[in-house]
Design a protein around this ligand. Structure first.
Ligand code: ADP
Ligand code: MG
Length: 717
């Protein structure tokens, strides 16, 4: 007998060669195996007698006996052809396989076999081309043929056929699964109970049965996720945070010192945040605003107030480039104050203003000391660095830019230990910021119960960026246009998507998630290098072209970025790393290669990189689609409103792609179901009801177990 925690190595048919491959798919134990759900099903359910086979192209299944089988080699074509004759009571048909000579040894004459596949036609008549086959012994249920057959996410050496074998065997041996979903809910929503659901999702009787099972699991995951969010939230509310008094005079003066006037949305958001900070429990607010809507300054004002109240502020950003840029812009925006700002990333530390004895650049170690002593009041850095090594004297506010989820635990981590004098249960306030406009229900699912401030309005005087989809036929004139702009002294960004490593496009869908991070980076490097070669050698040989990709050291990236900023390069070819935040006012062209490969929300982010100076800016969406009429890309020409584009994007691609599963910590299945707002609402409601009736989930041991399992998963990431 198996149970969930049985490691896959213990299963029959899993040897030392396959175990690591399975692990690559995230399958370490029986539980992972059974929860490796099919991506889709091949419909082989049309079972017919041989004499009913009528048309080529049909997808059919037959059962019969092999009466003859032989393999011939065609040297000229370098392939083998295995030809079997199959008979049933009604007739005879041939089945043909290419380059699979071993089949001859499996399907010996007299074998009783089930075959499923496409009907093909040649001069000899109708035959089955490369059908799936399965020997029939006893009364066992069919696994690979004659039914809806599951097709799984695969990886090298792990085929769907192999997975079907492992899964169907494991299903037969599972003793007893505790159902995490309470009975009432199963009944209320008419979901299949767990055992049935797990069987149905792998080997369904019909598509509908499969869909029901999938819904059930999605509901279960969203429910669990919601419970966790609600519990997090509750835990947060039992914690204390330092109340920070909103000093209106002080803030008013600071705002006056800024080089621009705040928009109304910025004012309101600032007010909401400053009001939250006054409370003695931690703020949990999301500042959501389109690229360029001016989120940074809102965060800065909150940070300024916090520092003036004697507490430290940390500003976490996703990349080093962005950290440096934030550091520069915060330094310049706080000229009128004597705020002490520090930059701390994997590669460097800087301080502002400089003191008598040191330079702007200081050692990381010294920076850590200055943070620990409280001398540095506002720290900007990449999250990795800040979470790991830094001890604060008295942290009051954490600001997180462009990141989606940040829970209680991480906040606790930030506060490590040495704050002897303070209540251990005290945590900093949290402000997260994102440029991804997320519908509210979705936001609630991802972030839990949080408060949202919206920046809808852009600062005054922002130019409209002209966006054009460039089909293949207009490429040359677009290049000329770019050349002309550069002649006028402007600069351009070129973004290219990574080159996919696998061959068939169908496979990419299923496997791209599984490619290791490093392979992805290399695919990007290749894409960027190719584009760089093309642009610098063929198209713009007289220009200074630079490239930026994930394999460069942070220092190299910064150097290139700095040189681009200073006008040393005309054109910067890059992967999507420039996506977030970089500010280069003289860059007026954002050219995107194979734009159809990106989502609208992402394209919109790229576009936000230009239009930051006084010159008219352009976004050119190069596409390989011949007419360039792609409906999706055309939406970019029509609107500059990130919220409109995001809504469209969410509809087209679903939330998984839209938000990025990794960042959200939401399980895949729940993710794909997030377009189903009804399902989310239901799960949310039920989660609330459950907690209301039973705050510690005492009566729901299985659900509690599921919850801690999910928690564990998130922690291992
Ligand atoms: P995002 O919301 O994308 O993070 P930023 O905070 O980087 O946007 O702001 C984009 C640019 O707009 C910055 O150069 C910033 O100084 C400027 N900015 C912010 N608020 C205003 C405003 N009210 N008026 C004019 N410029 C502003
Ligand atoms: Mg920003």
């Amino acid at each position: 007998m198996l149970n969930f925690t049985t490691p896959i190595e213990k299963l029959a048919f899993v040897g030392p060669r396959n175990a690591p491959r399975l692990k690559k798919l995230g399958i370490k134990d029986v539980r992972n195996l059974l929860w490796h759900f099919p991506a889709r099903y091949e419909d082989y359910s049309q079972k017919i007698p041989i004499d009913q086979i009528r048309e080529k192209g049909e997808m059919i299944s037959i059962i019969g006996t092999v009466t003859d089988i032989k393999t011939t080699s065609s040297w000229r074509k370098r392939m083998t052809i295995t030809d079997a004759t199959i008979e049933d009571d009604t007739g005879i048909i041939h089945a043909v396989w290419f380059n699979q000579p071993y089949i001859e040894r499996t399907l010996l004459t007299e074998t009783y076999v089930s075959l499923s596949g496409k009907v093909a036609l040649d001069k000899r008549g109708l035959y089955l081309s490369n059908p799936s086959y399965e020997k029939i012994s006893g009364g066992e249920e069919l696994t690979h043929t004659g039914r809806l057959v599951p097709i799984y996410p695969e990886t090298e050496g792990v085929s769907s056929k192999y997975l079907r074998l492992l899964i169907s065997r494991s299903l037969n041996q599972i003793p007893n699964i505790q159902d995490p979903l309470p009975k009432e809910l199963i009944e209320k929503y008419n979901f299949p109970p767990i055992i049935k659901a797990i069987n149905s999702i792998h080997f369904p009787q019909s598509q509908q049965v499969a869909d029901n099972a999938r819904q059930r699991f999605a509901f279960e995951e969203i429910l669990t996720f919601q419970l966790r969010s609600l519990l997090d939230r509750r835990q947060l509310q039992t914690l204390k945070a330092p109340p920070i008094n909103f000093n209106k005079d002080l803030v008013g003066k600071f705002v006056k010192s800024l080089p621009f006037e705040l928009t109304n949305d910025q004012r309101l958001a600032t007010y909401e945040i400053l009001k939250d900070l006054e409370k003695n429990y931690p703020m949990n607010r999301l500042l959501n605003g389109d690229v360029g809507s001016g989120k940074t300054v809102v965060a800065l004002i909150a940070g300024y107030q916090t520092v003036m109240a004697g507490l430290q502020v940390v500003f976490m950003v996703p990349t080093e480039i962005l950290a440096k840029q934030h550091f520069d812009s915060l330094c310049s925006l706080t000229k009128a104050t004597n705020l002490k700002i520090g930059l701390l990333t994997g590669s460097e530390a800087r301080q502002h203003p400089i003191d008598e004895v040191t330079n702007e650049k200081i050692s990381k170690k010294l920076m850590q000391q200055k943070i620990a002593s409280g001398e540095i009041q506002m720290i900007i850095g990449t999250h990795a660095v800040i979470q790991k090594n830094v001890k604060f004297k008295n942290l009051g506010l954490v600001i997180i830019d462009e990141q989606h989820r940040f829970g209680v635990e991480q906040r606790m981590k930030l506060l490590q230990s040495d704050q002897e004098t303070r209540d251990k249960r005290q945590v900093p306030h949290l402000l997260s910021m994102t440029a991804t406009p997320i519908p509210r229900t979705l936001a609630l699912t991802i972030y839990g119960d949080l408060d949202v401030s919206l920046l809808k309005e852009k600062p005054k005087g922002r130019q409209e960026i002209v966006t054009r989809v460039i089909p293949h036929s207009k490429r040359q004139s677009a290049y000329k246009f770019i050349g002309d702009e550069i002649k006028k002294g402007r600069q351009a960004f070129v973004i290219c998507p990574r080159i996919e490593l696998s061959a068939t496009s169908d496979k990419i869908q299923e496997t791209s998630k599984l490619l290791s991070q490093s392979k992805l980076v290399w695919a990007e490097v290749k894409a960027v290098t190719d584009e760089y070669e093309k642009l610098s050698k063929q198209i713009f040989p007289h220009l200074n072209v630079a490239m930026l990709h994930g394999k460069l050291k942070p220092k190299e990236k910064d150097e290139i970025m700095d040189k681009f900023k200073n006008g040393h390069y005309d054109l910067l070819v890059s992967t999507s790393v420039v996506e977030v935040g970089v500010d280069i006012p003289n860059a007026v062209i954002m050219m995107i290669e194979s734009a159809e490969r990106f989502g609208l929300a992402q394209l919109h982010q790229f576009r936000g990189r230009v239009g930051r100076g006084q010159h008219q800016s352009y976004c050119l969406l190069f596409t390989t689609d011949e007419q360039g009429t792609s409906h999706r890309l055309k939406a970019m020409e029509k609107t500059n409103d990130g919220f409109v584009l995001a809504a469209a994007d969410l509809k087209i691609r679903g939330p998984g792609e839209f938000i990025g599963t990794k960042q959200s910590g939401i399980p895949d299945l729940a993710m794909t179901s997030l377009t189903d707002l009804e399902l989310i609402k239901k799960a949310r409601l039920e989660a609330k009801l459950i907690l209301k009736g039973d705050p510690s989930l005492q009566n729901y041991p299985n659900l509690l177990a599921r919850l801690s399992e999910m928690q564990k998963m998130v922690h291992f990431e």
